[in-house]
Every structure is written in structure tokens, then in C-alpha cells.
Design a protein around this ligand. Structure first.
Ligand SMILES: Nc1nc2c(ncn2[C@@H]2O[C@@H]3COP(=O)(O)O[C@H]4[C@@H](O)[C@H](n5cnc6c(=O)[nH]c(N)nc65)O[C@@H]4COP(=O)(O)O[C@H]3[C@H]2O)c(=O)[nH]1
Length: 920
């Protein structure tokens, strides 16, 4: 608003200034015109006062006027010439200027005037120079002149003609004449005077020296008429008539000065129009004040807006902040409430947990302890005194190693203390300590380090328990695990330990170590004939003798059964000699009292030496074992040192084992049959099937070379099945061939005995071969029943239920007690070859054989003696009532074809006549 108001004010100022300046210009034009009229009147005055005026007078009179008023182009005197005077007039004019005739100018071309009744001829013309064409011109042919003259005549005043083209101007210029009539005598119009005025020059002269025309800010136009018509325009400065009108609103907001002033006035009987217009002006200079105000206003507004904006924004931010804070507060409040609830819940849970903990601690065998950062006990709960037998007060303020002075020296003690100093958790650290009664107890503790919020170590917390009972049990178990229960000697496990130590010592010291493998001769016999208890007594006695015959530093261990191992380490002043081995043998060989009987027991010893050729630390026991077997082969009560050659035998085992794998598939096994002869009739009543292995490279391999290997590897199961099937089929074939109801016996190994498919296998063999079950006999060794009798009894009954015969092979060599026999569904006892062999030389063996026969008959069992080689042996057996025999004396085991021959020949044993004396 201020800007608009100021603009209007500025506009008013400009209007005022313009109007003043316009009025000044109008006044000057008017005055100039009046001045011209005056001059024209003065020129006419000459004629009025002086009467007829000569050309010279006219010249003299007008010359100064022309000089003073340069805007006057010429002064004319128009003389009225009648039509008849034309020629004379022209002649006079030609005297002035050759060739001059009365002319008229129409449409821009000047030509001699047509014949008229009268002419108003330009008669005097001043100055002549420059106006020559006008001389002789008929002015009355020009309506502008005629009309002005008429007005002048009527008014008696100078009359201005309309604008006209002058004859002397080749290009039309806005000119007019100021005319006044000249009367002759009698008031007759004789002519008129005219001041020829160039409009442009008139105006220029008016403003000459004022500098107003040069004012670019104002345009000026002068019209010889009341209307601003182009045809009447006498003068105009450049730019006059411009000024496009602006739109209203713009004009109202910032009115731009568009001054325009028109004034008309009457001079010389004619209306003159002066038009003054302000030139378009630069807006800025005229509106500096208002614009400054506008800019200032806008800036102020902007500043205020910015201020308001900033303030509003701040207010909004504050509001937002308040909202956020309020929301935060609400959330915090909510969280606080939740925290309070959670804390209450936690506190309750804590109380419950503490109560639970107390109850559990009270019920558990553990106690709970805490230590400060110096590892001093600060708290011990959970009936420590009751559980550990130590008053807790004894421990408060002390470290564990202050309470248990030798803690550091215990196994893991140093590591435990280092672990504490490293602030690490620990588990199941076990240590020994004395309780308040002075008894030694074992404790186990677990602990974890404690740290405060800053991570600083503040102590330990943990549990403890009394593990004395467990420790004692462990010690007992350990001892049991490491020792043989019967003899108290180290067992195989401890032996390995000791052996390791001895080897390490030998390696370190360079002194040799000897390992002796000791096996009691004929221990099985003692066990069987005198019972397990006697066997145990014998073993305990031998163990004690071995122990006492050796140094304390030597190890005597029991491996299994009657096998003992001795480790002897040589020392600087005690060289190992063969005498030591002999001493051991002698000690064992002393008579032993078993019950009321005195018994002689001998042993076989194998010795392996480390270091020695071919014996590594790992193979010591194996080599001692090989040496011991070698000793046994040599005969009883013997010892052998291991030599690499002995190892050959074991290597052969490996060879056999690998070859055995494919033997069955390759059909390399054959069965030999050895006849079993009835001693009463002398007839072959049966045969024992004995396997042979017809190896392509090894030749005919006897069973004692491969059966043990097959047993160890389990291959005996399929091989045994093949034997049963082949033997049964063979027996059936011979029976069918009418060679008698011969019985066939096959050996059953321990592995087969343990085979769950055994019964079904036998059943299938009998079904498939259709051999009568009572023609099939299974030979079992006593060792089959050694471990557990009950399942064996059950199995034997199931076998027996099939209808087959069962015999006990190698009777007398095994471990089984004779008393078991009554529980077994046995049909036959087979006296071992070793007893038969010696019956004629050894009274002992003869007694054993006769008692076996008596026992078997008592149990309603028949007896067969194997390994009968001589007639003496046969006779003795016969005399003792033995039922059957088998042995080289009658026949070696034969291939099937040879055996068949025997059957066909009906070969039989000569039967003794009852009256012949028995050769014993
Ligand atoms: N010195 C001497 N020996 C005689 C005399 N009469 C028979 N023999 C031999 O004594 C062994 C008797 O068989 P065994 O005690 O069951 O002892 C058998 C038996 O335990 C086992 N065996 C043989 N064939 C089989 C089989 O098919 N299966 C199983 N599991 N073992 C078998 O191999 C052992 C040895 O068999 P063989 O070498 O055939 O040896 C046979 C036989 O040839 C004699 O008058 N003097």
C-alpha cells in the first residue's frame, strides 16, 4: 500500500511538473505565432500607409524584417491582374526574370495558368533568391490563400492560410501564409500581402536558444487546426504521438507518468493546436522512492516471514520434541512398571531359587564354598562339617594350600594353583586332606572365578564333595584290574606296564631285559583229576615259589590258566644268567601237597631277551611264548631261549591262514577215515572222519597244522559243516552199499560249538544225506565246557534230541571235572592218546586209563581208546573192559577208497579167546 501511495504521489509530482513544462511550451508557440502575425501586419502596413509601393520600397521594407525573423520564407505582394492585363503583366515580370509567366501549381506540377478573368499574381517577392519559382504564381488558384484572404478582408485582421505547398519547394513543407488585403483607391482590393512562413522553422525559431526542443523528456507537436490531423501537422519533435496506454491494474499499482496536454488557441483567424506529450521514461528513476519502499517492504516482509517461519519451525520442533519426550516418558514409565514387575518376579524367583538351592545343598553330598580375591575362604555352606568332617571355621581366612600344606606336591596340584592365579574355572580337582579326626579323606572340588561389573577379579565360588569312598573303590578296582585275583600277581595289563618300564630302563641303561614265559606241564590233569580247588592251590603255590625265587625288583605276572610271565632286568652288579632260569624251574618242580597227596609239577619255560637279534620290545612276550612252545616240544621240564628260527613256525601259520581262505572253494580238502573197532567182536563198527588238506604246494597238510588256525580265524565253521556233510554222505553210501551199519564220527571244534546254526546244520545234514542219526557221532573236547557248563548242557541235550551220538574226545587232557559228566547226555568217552601211549610203561597212566574206563561204565558210557599202536596196549585196554579201539595198530586213517576196501574185505581185529591169559 505504501508503495502504491508513494507511486501515486510520484505520479502527481510528475504530472505537475509536466503540466508546467507543457504550458510553457504552448505559451511560447502562441507568442511566436502572434509575433509572426505582427510582422505580417507590419508588412501590410506599408501598403496601407504609403499608397502604391514600388518593388524597391517593398524590398527595402521587408529586408530588415526578413533578417530579424528568419522563419519568414518570403514576403509576397499579390497584385490582382485582370485577364486582359495578363500579357502586360507577364511582360513586366519577364523584365525581372526572363521567361516568367503567370503560373499555377496543381498536384505538385507548376504550369502556366489557364486564361482566367483575374489573377492574384505574386508580384513582389522578397527575397527573390531561393523563391524564384513563386514569381508570377497565381495565388488565387489556391483555395487556402483565397479563403484566408476572404477572412482577412472580413475581419480586417491578418488571416492565416491553411497549410500549403510552396511553389519554391520541390518537396512539400508545412508552410502557411499570413495574409492581409491591400486596398487601392476607393477601397478596391488591389492585392494582398502575404508573409510566407515555414511552420517548422517558425517553431524552431520560437524555441531557439531555450533548449526546450532538445528536451528528450517532452515531445511537442503543433497543428494548424483544431484537430491533430497529419495533414495539418506543422511541427513535431521526434517521438511525438508515442505512448501506448498501460493496463489499468499496472497503472494503478505503479502509475507510470504518461502526460499529454493539448491546447488550442486562435491566432490570425485560425485555430492552432499544440500537443505536448511526455516521452516514455525509465521507470526506476521516477519511482526510486516507492521502489525503495517496495524493496524495503519486501525485504522486511521476507525478514519477518523468515523470522515467523523460524519461530514457527522452532515452535513446531519444540512441540515435536515435547511430543517425543512425552512418548519417551510414557515408554520409560511403561518400562519402569514392567521392570518393577519383572524385578518382583525375579526377586520371587530368586527367593524360590535360593530356597531350592538351600534344600538341594542340604540334600546333596556337595557343599558350597566362596573365596575372596586372595583365595581365602569367606563362606562355606551346606553342612561342610558333617560332609567333610572338618569344622568350617578352620578354613575361614585361609587359602586351600594353607589348609592342605602338601597340595602343591599332589598330582596336578601345581597346575591347580596356576589355574587359580590365571583366574580360570576348574573342575574335579581332587586332593587328599586330613579331617578333624586325623583320618585321610579325598575331596573333589569344582570352581569358577568371579568378576565384578568392571571385570575385576573378586574371588572364586564352587562346590566340593567327599569322594573318599569312591577313591577307595577306585583303588581296589585298580588293584583288581591290575592283578590276578587268585594269585595276587600282576595281570596282563600291569605286565604290559612293567614291561614298558623294563624296556625303557634297558634302552636307557644298555643292560638287557629277559622275559620268561612259564607254562606248567600237565596242569590240566591236576585240575581235572583233583578238582579246581587243587588246581587253584597248585597255582597259588607256584606263584609264591616264582615270587620267592626272584628278586623283589623282578615282575612275576600270571597271564592266564597256568601261564606265568617273569620280567628280569639286569643290573650293573647282577648279571642275568641261565642259572636264574634253572633256579625258577627247580623252585617250581619241588613237590606240592595237594590235600593229602604229594604232587610233582614241572614247567616249560621260554625266554626272550631284549635287545637281541630279531626281538623288538613289542615282540618280547610273543617270542618268549614261541620259545616256551619250543621247550614244550622238546619234552617237559625244559627251557629254551628264543631264536629267530623258532619264528619260522609262526610265519608258516600266517602262510597257512592266507592259503586256507580259498581252500574250501577250491575243493582242496579231503576226508580220511580211521576205523573204530569193537574189541569184543573185532569188527569195524565205525570210523572217525579226519580232515586233510591237499594243498597244491604244501602237499597233504595234517590237521594239527591248519585246524588251530581255522579255529582262530573262524574258518572252521564252514569247513566243519563241509566235513559233517561229506562224512555223513560217505557213511550213508557205504551203508547203502551193504558194507554194514558203520557209524561215522566227526570232530566238532569250539567255534562250531558256539555257532547258533549248529543244530539246524546237523539236522539239515541228516535230512539231506538220510543217514540214520544213530550212525552219526559228534566228538567234542572237554575244553568246550570249560567256561560255562549250563549252556553247554542245554546245547548237548538239543543235539542229543536229534538222535546222534556224542563222545568226549581226548578225555583226561581237558579241564572239566569228572562230576560234570553225569549232567551231560554223553554216549562215549574217548581216552586220550597220551594216556594210551604210556599205559604199558607208566603205572600212573595205566591207573588213569583203568579208572576212566570204570568211571565211564559206571555212568553207562561206552569207552573208546585212541592211539592204540601196540598189541600190549590193546591187550591192556581189553583187560580193562574198554569197548572200542582206534589206532595205527589196526589201521591208520585212510582215504575213502582204501577204507572202503577194508570194509569190503570185512577186515577185523583178531578176537582173543576168553581162555587166553591177558598180557598186561
Ligand atoms: N600217533 C598216533 N596217532 C594216531 C593213532 N591213531 C590215530 N592217530 C591220530 O590221532 C588223531 C585222532 O584225532 P583227534 O584226537 O580227534 O585229533 C584230531 C582232531 O582234533 C583234529 N581234526 C582232524 N580232523 C578234524 C576235523 O574234521 N574237524 C576238526 N574240528 N578237527 C579235526 O586234528 C587232530 C589230529 O588229527 P590227525 O592228524 O588226523 O590225527 C588223528 C589220527 O591220525 C596212533 O595209533 N598213533
Amino acid at each position: 500500500a505504501l508503495f502504491v501511495a508513494a507511486s501515486h504521489l510520484e505520479y502527481d509530482n510528475q504530472t505537475l511538473a509536466f503540466e508546467q513544462r507543457a504550458a510553457q511550451r504552448v505559451a511560447m508557440v502562441r507568442q511566436g505565432l502572434n509575433e509572426a502575425v505582427e510582422v505580417a501586419a507590419v508588412a501590410n502596413q506599408l501598403f496601407a500607409t504609403a499608397g502604391p509601393v514600388t518593388r524597391a520600397q517593398f524590398h527595402d521594407f521587408t529586408a530588415p524584417l526578413l533578417k530579424r525573423h528568419p522563419f519568414i520564407k518570403a514576403f509576397n505582394y499579390h497584385r490582382v491582374v485582370a485577364g486582359g492585363e495578363r500579357a502586360a503583366a507577364e511582360a513586366e515580370l519577364q523584365g525581372l526574370r526572363a521567361g516568367t509567366v503567370i503560373t499555377e501549381k496543381h498536384g505538385g506540377t507548376q504550369a502556366p495558368a489557364p486564361q482566367r478573368a483575374s489573377y492574384s499574381v505574386v508580384w513582389y517577392l522578397e527575397p527573390m533568391a531561393g523563391n524564384e519559382p513563386a514569381l508570377g504564381l497565381n495565388a488565387s488558384a489556391h483555395a487556402e490563400v483565397t479563403e484566408a484572404l476572404a477572412r482577412a478582408q472580413a475581419s480586417g485582421q491578418v488571416a492565416a492560410s491553411d497549410l500549403l505547398d510552396l511553389a519554391q519547394d520541390s518537396t512539400p513543407q508545412a508552410s502557411f501564409e499570413l495574409i492581409m488585403p491591400v486596398y487601392g483607391a476607393g477601397g478596391k482590393l488591389v492585392g494582398d500581402t502575404a508573409a510566407v512562413i515555414r511552420g517548422r522553422e517558425l517553431v524552431r525559431t520560437i524555441f531557439d536558444g531555450t533548449g526546450l526542443l532538445e528536451d528528450q523528456g517532452i515531445h511537442l507537436a503543433v497543428y494548424a487546426g483544431s484537430e491533430p490531423q497529419a495533414s495539418r501537422l506543422m511541427f513535431a519533435t521526434a517521438g511525438a504521438g508515442a505512448n501506448a496506454p498501460r493496463d489499468r491494474v499496472a497503472a494503478w499499482v505503479a502509475p507510470d507518468y504518461t502526460g499529454r496536454l493539448e491546447r488550442s488557441f486562435s491566432v490570425a483567424g485560425r485555430t492552432w493546436l499544440v500537443q505536448v506529450a511526455a516521452a516514455p521514461r525509465a521507470f526506476l528513476p521516477d519511482h526510486l522512492g516507492s521502489l525503495t519502499m517496495l524493496v524495503g517492504g519486501i525485504l522486511f516482509t521476507l525478514l519477518v516471514t523468515a523470522f515467523v517461519q523460524t519461530t514457527a519451525a522452532r515452535a513446531r520442533r519444540v512441540q515435536q520434541l515435547v511430543r517425543e519426550r512425552t512418548a519417551d516418558l510414557k515408554r520409560s514409565n511403561l518400562r519402569l512398571v514392567e521392570d518393577v514387575i519383572a524385578r518382583r518376579r525375579t526377586e520371587k524367583a530368586l527367593q524360590e531359587s535360593e530356597q531350592r538351592f538351600r534344600q538341594l545343598v542340604a540334600m546333596s553330598s556337595d557343599w558350597y564354598w566362596e573365596q575372596d580375591k586372595d583365595f581365602r575362604f569367606t563362606s562355606i555352606t551346606g553342612d561342610f562339617a558333617g560332609k567333610a568332617g572338618i569344622a568350617a571355621e578352620r578354613l575361614f581366612g585361609k587359602t586351600r594350600w594353607e589348609c592342605v600344606p602338601d597340595l602343591e606336591d599332589l598330582p596336578g596340584g601345581r597346575e591347580h594353583i596356576a589355574c587359580l592365579h590365571a583366574h580360570q574355572p576348574f573342575q574335579e580337582f581332587e586332593y587328599q586332606a586330613e579331617d578333624d579326626q586325623g583320618a585321610t579323606r579325598w575331596f573333589s572340588i569344582n570352581g569358577t572365578p568371579l568378576f565384578d561389573d568392571t571385570g575385576a577379579f573378586i574371588g572364586y565360588r564352587g562346590t566340593g564333595s567327599d569322594i573318599t569312598a569312591r577313591k577307595l573303590t577306585e583303588q581296589r578296582v585298580y588293584h583288581v584290574a591290575q592283578h590276578d585275583v587268585l594269585t595276587g600277581l600282576p595281570n596282563r595289563s600291569l605286565l604290559q606296564d612293567r614291561l614298558g618300564q623294563a624296556v625303557a630302563y634297558a634302552t636307557r641303561s644298555g643292560f638287557p631285559v629277559w622275559v620268561m614265559m612259564i607254562d606248567l606241564d600237565r596242569f590240566k590233569y591236576v585240575n581235572d583229576s583233583m578238582g579246581h580247588k587243587a588246581g587253584d592251590v597248585l597255582l597259588v603255590t607256584v606263584a609264591a615259589r616264582l615270587r620267592s625265587s626272584l628278586r623283589d625288583s623282578d615282575t612275576v605276572a600270571r597271564l592266564s590258566g597256568d601261564e606265568f610271565v617273569v620280567i628280569l632286568s639286569e643290573h650293573a652288579n647282577e648279571p642275568l644268567t641261565r642259572d636264574i632260569v634253572q633256579r625258577v624251574m627247580d623252585a617250581v618242580a619241588r613237590p606240592v601237597m595237594l590235600g593229602t597227596k604229594e604232587f610233582m609239577v614241572t614247567c616249560s619255560i621260554g625266554v626272550a631277551v631284549y635287545p637281541s637279534e630279531g626281538t623288538s620290545a613289542d615282540s618280547l612276550i610273543e617270542h618268549a611264548d614261541i620259545a616256551m612252545y619250543s621247550a614244550k616240544k622238546q619234552g617237559r621240564n625244559n627251557f629254551q631261549f628264543y631264536t629267530p628260527a623258532m619264528n619260522e613256525e609262526s610265519l608258516e601259520r600266517v602262510r597257512i591262514e592266507s592259503a586256507l581262505r580259498n581252500a574250501l572253494e577250491r575243493d582242496e580238502f579231503v576226508l580220511f577215515y580211521q576205523p573204530q573197532v569193537d574189541l569184543a567182536t573185532g569188527h569195524i563198527v565205525g570210523m572217525e572222519a579226519l580232515i586233510r588238506w591237499n594243498h597244491p604246494e604244501l602237499g597233504m597238510v595234517p590237521p594239527n597244522r591248519f585246524v588251530p588256525v581255522a579255529e582262530e580265524t573262524g574258518m572252521i565253521v564252514p569247513i566243519g559243516a563241509w566235513v559233517m556233510r561229506t562224512a555223513a554222505a560217505q557213511a550213508k553210501a557205504w551203508q547203502d552199499a551193504g558194507l554194514g551199519q558203520v557209524r561215522v564220527a566227526v570232530n566238532l571244534s569250539a567255534r562250531q560249538f558256539g555257532d547258533p546254526d549248529l543244530i539246524s546244520g546237523i539236522e539239515a545234514v541228516l535230512a539231506d544225506t538220510r543217514l540214520p542219526a544213530d550212525s552219526f557221532e559228534l566228538e567234542l573236547t572237554e575244553s568246550l565246557f570249560m567256561s560255562d557248563v549250563t549252556p553247554a548242557v542245554d546245547l548237548l541235550h538239543r543235539m542229543k534230541a536229534l538222535g546222534v551220538n556224542l563222545s568226549i574226545d581226548d578225555f583226561g587232557t581237558g579241564y572239566s571235572s569228572l562230576s560234570y559228566l553225569s549232567r551231560f547226555p554223553i554216549d562215549v568217552l574217548k581216552i586220550d592218546r597220551s594216556f594210551v601211549n604210556d599205559i604199558t610203561d607208566d603205572a600212573n597212566d595205566a591207573a588213569i586209563v583203568s579208572s576212566i574206563i570204570a568211571l565211564a561204565h559206571n555212568l553207562k558210557l561206552s569207552v573208546i581208546a585212541e592211539g592204540v599202536e601196540t598189541a600190549e596196549q590193546l591187550d591192556y585196554l581189553r583187560s580193562q573192559g574198554c569197548d572200542e579201539m582206534q589206532g595205527y595198530y589196526f589201521s591208520r586213517p585212510l582215504p575213502a577208497a582204501d577204507f572202503e576196501k577194508l570194509l569190503r574185505e570185512r577186515r577185523c581185529l583178531p578176537v582173543l579167546q576168553l581162555d587166553e591169559p591177558l598180557a598186561i
